[in-house]
Design a protein around this ligand. Sequence first.
Ligand code: PSU
Ligand code: MN
Length: 293
Amino acid sequence: MIKVSDEVRTALDEGRPIVALETTLVAHGFPPGEGVAVGLESERRVREAGATPATIGVLDGEIRVGLDEQELGRFGATARKLGPRDVAAAVTQRAVGATTVGGTLAVARTVGLRFMGTGGIGGVHRGWTQRPDVSSDLGELARTQVVVVSSGAKSILDVPATAEALETLGVPTLGYRTDTLPLFYAAHGGPPVSARIESAREAAEIARAHWDLGGTGVLVGNPPAQSLDDVDGLIEQALAEAAREGVGGQGLTPFVLSWLHRESGGRTLEANRALVADNAGLAAEIARAIMQQ
Ligand code: PSU
Ligand code: MN
């Protein structure tokens, strides 16, 4: 069911650092065509930091770990969005499917990959008291020994509620040179992290200790380099628009992201692009630091 590329297989066999990357943001996180460039840039940053990228997705029913440029190009808007529960159906039905953070972790765990970079993880959606929409990214973090580097949780969510859920699930939140969980587009104003760290090495040491103690996922929050501090109003408008159009469930995150990209005049798009690549690079540094322990 799973096809690991030669490059990733060699890195696994030789015990070299590997960073898993998702395909949902390639297929559904950016305007048509632009996601592939973001995926390639993430891979470049992983290599630049001395690790091997392993981009994960499902092509014609085959779970792929490590994709070339042409294969990555197949993850367009028509690809299914695959959370952990959706992978088996995509395999059986020979579909093309882009894995979310949770879907990617489900595959990474099976293959033995322990590091991942993404933009912002999914979490507890606003309005959860009416409808408990909680991303399966959280459940998967709770059952996988992995370090995920992200710019915190997407601020389109209820971020304080997401931080509480992470605590309940026993997932440490490590703030990379920050005391608060980044808000995806914005660096400041989020809930406190469980520990602040100053270096990739420190993240590696804490992850190692956490795993030795039987712990599972570790979330590293990397604040975006250019913080957009004025998009809150736009986010509320985007969510109201989604509600008006009856968009919910799996379609909500892609709808809101593309609405923001359009209505911010491309500012959220630029910020999103930069932070995804930065997080891939930091994940690679942490992966290397663990290997050197
Ligand atoms: N980060 C981004 N863009 C994205 C996502 C993350 O910068 O599109 C995706 C990830 O795949 C994440 C998913 O797992 O959004 C969460 O979706 P949901 O809220 O439906 O679980
Ligand atoms: Mn959801």
